[in-house]
Write a protein that binds this ligand. Sequence first.
Ligand code: ZN
Length: 297
Amino acid sequence: MTASLPALVDLVRRSRRIVAVTGAGCSTASGIPDYRDEAGDWKRKPPVAYRDFVRGPRVRQRYWARSLAGWPAMADARPNGAHDALARLEREGRVDCVVTQNVDGLHQAAGSRAVIDLHGRIDAVRCLGCGAVTSRALFQEDLLAANPSWRGVAAPTAPDGDADLEAQDLASFVVPDCALCHGILKPDVVFFGESVPPARVEEAYAAVRAADLLLVVGTSLMVFSGYRFARAAAAANVPVALVNLGRTRADDLAAVKVAAPAAETLDRLADEVEDTGDARPALSRTRSAGSSPPARP
Ligand SMILES: [Zn+2]
C-alpha cells in the first residue's frame, strides 16, 4: 500500500468512473461531530437503536428533545472542501457517484448530483404508520409549538443533528405524532440496528462494480453497511483508495491510503488532478449498457 497524496493524484488522474464512499470525517470540517475516534472506536455513547425508539415513548422524548436542540446547527451546516472537491470531480467527469453514510445532505448542497444517501436524510421526517414524509425544518416548528419553553435551548452539538442535553428534564417533553394517522414520527434515517433498504444497497453495489476506483473518504468503515462496498470493490478488482485520519477496516484492501483530514486532502487532490490535466469532458465517456450509474434527485 502506498501512503502519499501524489500516488492518490496519479490514481485519480487515471480514473473515469470513481465511486466515492464517504462518512462522518467528510463532514467534521462543516462542524458536524463524528461518533468515532481515530482508532475507529466509539468516542461517545452509540446512537439510539431502532428497536428502542419504536418501543419506548421515553426514548422518543429524549431523541426529539435532543434533536430540537441540535437541529439549528445541522440546518446551518455548509459544505466544506471535501464536498466541493467531489462535486468538482463529478463535473469533470471523474466521479460517477457518491455513496454516503452521512445523513446531512451536504454532498447535494455542494452540487453533487449522483448521490446515494445510504442511511437516509436527517432533513426529512417519516411516519412509521402511514409512510408520509415531511420536512424536518417544518417539524422543528411543530416541536417548538408543542414545547414552547424549549425555544432557544442550547446544547453542545452531537453527531447526526443530535445535541448533548443530559441535565434537562425530559419527562414533560411533548412529541408530536403524525397529523394524518397519529403514527410515530421518525427522522428519515437508518437507525442503528435497522437495515438499509435493499434496493438502495443494490444500487450502490452496481455503481461500485462498474467503477474503476473506489475512493473511501472520512470513514473507518467500522459499520458493515459501508465496509461491504470496499469488499465488493476488492472482489471485482476495483482498486481501493482511502483518505481517512485513522485506521480503517479496509486498510488491508487499499492500494493507496492518505492518513489526513478529508477537507484539505480532497481540495488539494482536485486541484492537482486538474493541474496535471488529462480530464476528458463527461460527454466523451463511454459506458457499457446496463451499467449506468444511479441518478438520484
Ligand atoms: Zn401517519
